[in-house]
Design a protein. Structure first.
Length: 90
């Protein structure tokens, strides 16, 4: 559910085609780990989004609201998914 809210927020703040004034590139990094060895884990994924026409305060708010951790247990394996956001301020 948090990922859905994050995607909606990113969509709302994303630049429209041709709108490149005052844009900031943000990297959202996802890390999934397990409590026991599982093939393919840890898994890291990075998504880059560009947000435009926002203030420094809005960028800071975006970074702070787009991070968190979720845990789920599947067949006695605990999967922990963490994500964080860093925006490049030029």
């Amino acid at each position: 559910m948090k990922y859905l809210a994050l995607l909606i927020l990113v969509f709302l703040l994303s630049c429209k085609k041709g709108d490149t004034d005052n844009c900031v590139e943000c990297r959202i990094t996802y890390l999934v780990t397990t409590d026991v060895p599982v093939e393919g884990y840890p898994l890291t994924t990075t998504t880059t989004v560009e947000i435009c026409n926002v203030t420094d305060e809005e960028i800071t708010s975006f970074e702070q609201s787009c991070h968190g951790t979720e845990t789920v247990v599947v067949e006695n394996v605990t999967y922990t998914s963490s994500y964080s956001t860093v925006c490049d301020r030029n």
